[in-house]
Design a binder for this molecule. Structure first.
Ligand code: GCB
Length: 910
C-alpha cells in the first residue's frame, strides 16, 4: 500500500462478541514491506464467486518482461518495452532440474530483478468505486509502480497481497503497471537479507508466478486490506453431531469520504447452495473507518467434514448491503469438524482416532518451475489421492489457494507452513529484528489468508532453523557456537497461537536424538517450543538403519510427554534409471550418485514398518511426493534436483516406492511388479517382487507357472526365479475384492551358462574396460559392504587402486566373515577373485589372512593381498577351478583379519 494508504491510520471498532479466536488487531497503516491488507476474492477460485458488486478481472495476458537492471525511465509511459519478451501469467524466469549428470543448457538459475510491464486500458472507474490490484504470489520481493508512481512493496514469495491503486489511475487512459520482482540470493547486504527463507533445499523462483487480478469494489467493502486475507473469517467454536456453532467474523472498511449505513448478511449454504442458516446485522461505517463484527450462526445435525471419507463442504457468504442493494460479497468454504493432536492416541478427527498417511509437496514442476496452472495443481492432487494420501505437508511455505481448495475438497488434512527454514542468520549471530518482523508479517498473512480452509489443522512455524548453524559448527570442527534462533521461534509460536488458538503449532526438527553428525552435544533443542513435535528423520538414508527409527521415536515420546509426535520427513533418493539387485549390497551416497530406485523402495518399506511400531504417532509425511528443484544437488541420475520424490519431476513416472504406498494405503486393488525399469538384468536369477493389497499372488515366467505366494505386509516375493537368456515375460496375477488383477514386465537376462560376475560391496553394477558386465553385489550373507571412498557431496574421486585397468572395480569391497551362494547351473567353472588391501597401515595389512572354501573345499589359504600384490591399494586376482552341483557356495569366513573381496567372476572352465 502506498502513501495514501499509510496516511489513513484509523482505529477499529470491534463489535461485541468478536472474540472467536481472532484477536481484535489494532490496525495500523500497512507498512510498505508488509503489503497492504487484503480481501476475499483472492485467487482464481474466487473469481467466479465474486459478487456483481465486486468485479474481478484476471490480468494474465499482455505483459512484457525483462530480467536485469533497467533504466530509471522503466516505470514511465514513454519507456519502450517493445523489445521485451511477451509473457502471460503465471510466469517465472527460472527453470532448473533435469535427469542428466550435467546441467541442461536451457537451465535458468538467475537470481535478481525481473521487470514486468502491462498497459491497462481502463475506462473511468465508476464513481464511488475503488481499484485494487491483487497479486497471488510474487517471488520474492515485489515493487509496484502505476503510471510512474511507486505504489508499494511486498516482501515474501508466497502470500497474496493487494494495493489500492485508485488514486494512481488515469481515468480513460492507458495506465502503465510496472512490477519489479526480485529473488536476489539472500546474503548480507542483499535486498533479501531480511526476508525469509534465508536458506533451504529449494530454489525461490522469481517472477509473477501466480495470478494477478484487478478488483473493482465499492469504497465501502469487506476489507481487502487485511494482510491479504479474505475479509471474512469463519470458525466453529463448538461442534457436536447435533449442533455446530459457527462464527463469522467480517472485517469492513470504508475508504470513501461519506459515512455509510449498511447491513451485513451472513449466510451458510449447503453443498447444493441451499441456505441453511443466516443472520443480518446493521452496521454504520464512518468515512475512512475500518470495523469488524461477528455473526453467530448455528447448524443443527451438521454434516461433518470427514477427511477423505466425506469431505463435505458448506459455504459461507457474507453480503454487504446498502438498502436492498448488495454492494459487496465474499464466499468462503466451511468444513464442520473437530480435531485433536493427542500425545498418546494420535490424530483424532470428529472424536475418532485416525491414522494419517502423509506426503510432502513442493509447488514445482519440470519446465514450469513454480509457474503452475490450475490443472497442474489438480494433477498433483489426483496423484496424491491415487496413492491413498490423507495428509499433505505444504513444503516449506504457503501454497496457492487453488491447491488448498483442492485439499479441502479432497479431504486432506494439511500442515501449512511458514517458510522459516534452515537458518535465522548468516552467521552465529542473533536473527536481525528486520528478519523477525518479516517472519511475523509472513505468518500473519499465512494465517489470515488460509484460516477458512477446513483441511488445515496445523501451523508449522519453523523447519530445521538451527541446521545452518549446526553445519557451520561442523565445518569448524564442532567449535562453532550453537544457533541463536530460539527466541525467534518462541515469538512466532506465540503469534500463531494468538492469531489462531483453534489450531496447534508445530516445529520440524532435524536432529535431536539421531546419529546425525549435526546432533552434536550442545546443539540447542527446540522440540519443547510448539504444541506438536515434528521430526525430520532420515534413518537408512543420511544415517543409521531404518529399523532404528522406532526406538528414536519412542525415546522422544518419553522425553516430550503431553506433546503429539509426528514424523514430518523421512525418505530416500530414487533414480529411475539406476538399479540394484540387492539394496543391502553397498552403502548409498546420499548426497551423490547413484541412488538406485530399488534402494529408495527398500528405505521406504523399512521406514514404514518402523513407523507402524509407534502407535502414539499422529502423522508421518514422506519426503517427498515429487522430485523438486534444488540447485545444491547433483545426485542420483539428476542435476539440480532433489530426487526423493516418489513421482518424477514431470509427473510421468511413478517410482516403485509410489506403488508400495499405494498398496498400503489405497482402497483400490493394487498389484504392481517392482523393478520394471530394470529391464536389462545383470543376473539370470532374480528375486521377483510385487506390491499388492491382495492376500496372495501368482507368477508366471514365459508362460510357465512359478508359484503362488502370500503377500505379508503387502509385499509378495518369489525368490530365486530363473530367467532364460534374452527376452522374458514375467507376469503376476491376484484377486482382491472379487477383482482380477494382473501386471507384467519384460526383462532381458544374460545366459546362465556363461557364468556370473559380481561387484562386491556396491549398490550398482559396472562394465569393465574389456566389456565384462559385473552386477551389483548380490547372493551374499554376512560381511560388511565398504567403499574405499564415498567422494565429496557430488563428485566421486577415481579409485586410487593400481595394477588394474579397472580401478573402479576395486573401489568397493565386502569384508569380514561372509559367504556367497552363487546360483550357477551344474558344470565346470573357473572362478576369479578380485582383491586388494585397503589398509595402508603396514602392520594391519600384514595381519590379513584370507581363506576361501568353494563348496567346502579350500581354494585359497592364508592369502595376504598386500604381500601378493607388493603393497596396499594394489589389485591382485586369484583364480581356481570348481565343479558345481546345486550352485556354488564360496565361504570367506575363515582366515584372520577379515576377508576382502572386490569382485568375483565365474566363467565356464575352458
Ligand atoms: C530436510 C529438509 C528438506 C530437505 C530434506 C532433504 O530435512 O527439511 O528441506 O529437502 O531434508 O532431502 O535432505
Amino acid at each position: 500500500m502506498g502513501e495514501e494508504g499509510r496516511a489513513k491510520l484509523r482505529v477499529m471498532h470491534v463489535a461485541a462478541g468478536a472474540a472467536l479466536g481472532f484477536a481484535a488487531i489494532a490496525m495500523s497503516g500497512p507498512c510498505l514491506a508488509q503489503a497492504a491488507p487484503a480481501n476475499a476474492a483472492a485467487s482464481a477460485r474466487t473469481l467466479p464467486a465474486a459478487s456483481p458488486a465486486r468485479s474481478v478481472t484476471s490480468l494474465s495476458d499482455g505483459w512484457r518482461f525483462q530480467f536485469g537492471d533497467a533504466a530509471d525511465s522503466v516505470t514511465g509511459a514513454e519507456f519502450d518495452d517493445s523489445q521485451w519478451q511477451q509473457v502471460s501469467l503465471p510466469h517465472s524466469w527460472n527453470r532448473m532440474g533435469n535427469y542428466a549428470p550435467q546441467r541442461a543448457p536451457e537451465t535458468d538459475v538467475r537470481q535478481g530483478k525481473g521487470w514486468y510491464r502491462l498497459r491497462l486500458d481502463k475506462p473511468a472507474l465508476p464513481k464511488g468505486k475503488r481499484a485494487v490490484l491483487q497479486f497471488d504470489g510474487v517471488g520474492a520481493i515485489a515493487d509496484l509502480w502505476v503510471n510512474g508512481q511507486h505504489v508499494g512493496q511486498h516482501k515474501g514469495a508466497f502470500s497474496r497481497f493487494r494495493f489500492d491503486i485508485t488514486d494512481h489511475l488515469k481515468p480513460g487512459e492507458a495506465n502503465i503497471i510496472v512490477v519489479r520482482a526480485d529473488n536476489s540470493k539472500p546474503e548480507p547486504g542483499s535486498s533479501t537479507e531480511h526476508v525469509i527463507p534465508l536458506g533451504g533445499d529449494f530454489f525461490v523462483h522469481g517472477g509473477l508466478y501466480r495470478g494477478v487480478s484487478l478488483i473493482e469494489v465499492d469504497a465501502a467493502s469487506i476489507d481487502l486490506m487485511d494482510h491479504g486475507g479474505p475479509g471474512i473469517y469463519v470458525s466453529t467454536p463448538s461442534v457436536t453431531p447435533e449442533k455446530a456453532e459457527v462464527a463469522v467474523l467480517t472485517r469492513l472498511r470504508n475508504s470513501g469520504n461519506k459515512p455509510r449505513k449498511l447491513a451485513v448478511v451472513a449466510r451458510i449454504g449447503d453443498a447444493d447452495g441451499r441456505t441453511v442458516a443466516s443472520a443480518t446485522a446493521p452496521v454504520r461505517l464512518a468515512a475512512g473507518q475500518a470495523s469488524e463484527l461477528t455473526t453467530p450462526l448455528a447448524l443443527t445435525n451438521p454434516r461433518l467434514w470427514q477427511g477423505r471419507a466425506d469431505p463435505y463442504l458448506y459455504s459461507v457468504t457474507v453480503e454487504l448491503r446498502e438498502g436492498s442493494r448488495v454492494i459487496d460479497s465474499v464466499t468462503e468454504p466451511l468444513g464442520v469438524r473437530s480435531f485433536a493432536w493427542d500425545a498418546d492416541k494420535g490424530f483424532i478427527l470428529n472424536g475418532k482416532p485416525m491414522r494419517l498417511h502423509g506426503a510432502s509437496r513442493h509447488q514445482d514442476w519440470q519446465d514450469k518451475g513454480w509457474a503452475l496452472s490450475a490443472e497442474d495443481h489438480a494433477t498433483d492432487m489426483a496423484i496424491m489421492a491415487e496413492m491413498g494420501v490423507s495428509t499433505v505437508r505444504h513444503a516449506h511455505y504457503q501454497h496457492a489457494q487453488e491447491w488448498s481448495d483442492l485439499a479441502d475438497r479432497n479431504g486432506m488434512v494439511v500442515k501449512a507452513e511458514l517458510p522459516f527454514v534452515h537458518q535465522s542468520a548468516f552467521d552465529e549471530s542473533l536473527p536481525a529484528p528486520e528478519l523477525v518482523a518479516n517472519a511475523r508479517a509472513q505468518l500473519l498473512e499465512l494465517i489470515r489468508q488460509n484460516t477458512n480452509h477446513p483441511s488445515i489443522m496445523l501451523w508449522s512455524v519453523g523447519n530445521e532453523i538451527d541446521i545452518g548453524a549446526a553445519i557451520m559448527a561442523l565445518m569448524k570442527g564442532g567449535k562453532g557456537a550453537p544457533a541463536k534462533s530460539r527466541d525467534m521461534l518462541v515469538e512466532l509460536n506465540a503469534l500463531a497461537k494468538q492469531e489462531d488458538p483453534s489450531r496447534p503449532t508445530l516445529y520440524a526438527d532435524c536432529c535431536e536424538g539421531t546419529p546425525s553428525p549435526l546432533a552434536r552435544p550442545g546443539a540447542q533443542v527446540l522440540n519443547d517450543v510448539t504444541d506438536v513435535v515434528g521430526l525430520n528423520r532420515y534413518f537408512g538414508w543420511y544415517y543409521g538403519q531404518p529399523q532404528d527409527l522406532t526406538r528414536a521415536l519412542t525415546g522422544l515420546h518419553a522425553r516430550y510427554p503431553g506433546r503429539a509426535i509426528t514424523v514430518t520427513e523421512y525418505g530416500a533418493g530414487g533414480a529411475f534409471t539406476q538399479h540394484t539387485d540387492n539394496p543391502l549390497g553397498g552403502p548409498v551416497n546420499a548426497n551423490g550418485r547413484p541412488h538406485p530406485e530399488e534402494f529408495q523402495a527398500w528405505v521406504q518399506e523399512e521406514n514404514w514398518k518402523a513407523l507402524q511400531k509407534a502407535p502414539f504417532l499422529s502423522a508421518s509425511w514422506i519426503w517427498n511426493m515429487f522430485d523438486f528443484a534444488s540447485t545444491s544437488r547433483e545426485e542420483g541420475e539428476a542435476y539440480d534436483l532433489n530426487d526423493k520424490g516418489l513421482v518424477s519431476y514431470d509427473r510421468k513416472t511413478r517410482k516403485d516406492a509410489f506403488y508400495f504406498y499405494k498398496a498400503q494405503w489405497s482402497e483400490e486393488p493394487v498389484l504392481y511388479l517392482t523393478g520394471r525399469r530394470y529391464v536389462d538384468r545383470a543376473y539370470p536369477v532374480v528375486d521377483v517382487r510385487a506390491y499388492s493389497n491382495a492376500p496372495r499372488a501368482s507368477l508366471t515366467v514365459n508362460g510357465q507357472a512359478v508359484g503362488t505366494v502370500d503377500c505379508p505386509d503387502r509385499i509378495c516375493v518369489w525368490p530365486g526365479v530363473r530367467l532364460r537368456a534374452g527376452d522374458n515375460r514375467v507376469a503376476a496375477s491376484a484377486e482382491r475384492d472379487g477383482k482380477a488383477l494382473t501386471d507384467s514386465v519384460n526383462w532381458t537376462a544374460p545366459d546362465a551358462a556363461k557364468g556370473l560376475h559380481v561387484r562386491a560391496g556396491h549398490l550398482t553394477g559396472l562394465t569393465t574396460s574389456a566389456g565384462l558386465r559385473f552386477g551389483s553385489d548380490n547372493f551374499f550373507t554376512g560381511g560388511k559392504a565398504s567403499e574405499l571412498r564415498m567422494g565429496g557431496r557430488t563428485k566421486v574421486a577415481p579409485s586410487n587402486v593400481t595394477g588394474t585397468s579397472d580401478p573402479e572395480l576395486y573401489a568397493s569391497y565386502r569384508q569380514g566373515a561372509f559367504t556367497y551362494d552363487l546360483p550357477l547351473p551344474d558344470g565346470r567353472w573357473t572362478v576369479t577373485l578380485h582383491m586388494f588391501e585397503p589398509e595402508t597401515d603396514a602392520a594391519r595389512a600384514a595381519a590379513r589372512s584370507i581363506t576361501v572354501l568353494a563348496n567346502g573345499k579350500p581354494v585359497l589359504s592364508d592369502f595376504n593381498p598386500a604381500s601378493a600384490a607388493g603393497g596396499s591399494l594394489k589389485a591382485v586376482t586369484r583364480s581356481f577351478a570348481v565343479t558345481t552341483r546345486d550352485g556354488l557356495k564360496l565361504d570367506f569366513s575363515g582366515g584372520g583379519g577379515g576377508a576382502i573381496v572386490s569382485a568375483m567372476s565365474v566363467v565356464p572352465a575352458g
